[in-house]
Ligand binder design. Sequence first.
Ligand code: FAD
Length: 457
Amino acid sequence: MTKLRLAIVGAGPAGIYAADILLKTERSFDVSIDLFEQLPAPYGLVRYGVAPDHPRIKGVINALRDVLDRGDIRIFGNVRFGEDITLDDLKKHYNAVIFATGAIRDSALDIPGIDAEGSFGAADFVSWFDGHPDVPREWTLDAESVAVLGNGNVALDVARILAKHAEDLLPTEIPDNVHAGLEASKITDVHVFGRRGPAQVKFTPLELRELGELRDVDMVVYDEDFDYDEASKDAVASNKQVKVIDRILQQWRTRPSVNNAGGEASRRLHLHFWAKPVEIKKDTDGRVAAIVYERTQPDGSGGVTGTGELREIAIGQMYRAVGYFGSPLKDVPFDKKHGVIPNREGQVIAKDSNQRVPGIYATGWIKRGPVGLIGHTKSDAMETVQHLVNDQGSWWQPEDPSEAAIPALLESRGVQWTDLDGWHRLDEHEIALGGPHDRARIKVVPRDEMVRISRGE
Ligand SMILES: Cc1cc2nc3c(=O)[nH]c(=O)nc-3n(C[C@H](O)[C@H](O)[C@H](O)COP(=O)(O)OP(=O)(O)OC[C@H]3O[C@@H](n4cnc5c(N)ncnc54)[C@H](O)[C@@H]3O)c2cc1C
């Protein structure tokens, strides 16, 4: 029987779902799958993006772990495609590759002053509070007033973690350095800015409602933002999600904290709508000093136009949550404008000629761009896998498809790779660290420590 030797690069949900779907698909050939992951731990942004105080969503990891624990997929962790293993290596040892490398960088925002000290991308902050091994351990929260730019769920995650008291995050899996950083925070006011109105936000009701439940944090919304135009009224009337969002915001309008008057909490979370950031002002040391924003107004069709009215709020740090962006992979086509691997339904195509590149596939955020929930990566994977199965005639013909070739290759290069048993060891270690403190787990952050524990050294 023909055998498909498949490499999948990226052990986030997209890569794991692709492996699972292929193994369960009716087909006329055998399959053996090797999953390469640059980190010593699998699960991608479910482990390193989803906020630590969202344990229900983090719980998706249980389903992903069940797939890996079935034992029919080999994992090579701590192996970076492009450095430890190349496309030429994969062509030599596999029939095809699926790239599922996701997105971890922040999209750029081109406004004056964005390069100020204290101006950050949300992805960097998220990576820090979720204990990603490749970002610095320290995060100084020395400003009283901070801005978060964006009106999606990531913006709300960032705003919530900034506003929340550190001890309220203790029951979660946050690493000790993150707890210490948050405990030392001087923040009193978090200002969230959205270019459009309450009826056009991208965040979801659940994430919004949660803000109102934070201990010792007053929600502040501004009456002037609720003067809805016809398009906004239509959106509230016709879209259930918008209706719920509007209802939550309207309730906050009547709370005593509105417009900063009468609230008793030690921290405030302000939502500014119709506010387009146009400049970050710096102090004489080049640090973030203020945000200048232009008041916008509805353009009648769900968009906005500027009013020319500029306003300014003093802040000491700024976090832009304006989207994630994929990274290019060595020798693999890349669309620089959209930050994705160019593809048609997961079949990778050359950027210039638009021709298919045989043997190479993409799935998840690197295929579709960084939008959508974990569940969407499943339907994504189905489409990609279907093409892979149908394309049997155009797979690569590897020189050495033996399963022994890969460990030997990594060994010869001195790569300290980790496997599924290693992940179990690290997983159990983190759970044991949490045990005495009544916490589900405490994440291990330094990469060398993760590798050492995984490899039982
Ligand atoms: C801050 C944040 C919060 C979110 N919260 C939620 C939520 O609450 N609910 C929800 O449903 N969705 C949420 N999402 C979306 C969800 O995380 C994504 O839909 C999903 O993770 C995308 O899956 P993926 O496998 O394509 O990418 P990823 O999860 O990014 O996985 C990609 C994997 O590839 C690996 N990789 C990258 N480059 C290489 C390389 N060169 N070599 C080897 N491996 C590599 C990465 O290390 C990573 O493990 C959130 C996203 C973010 C950013």
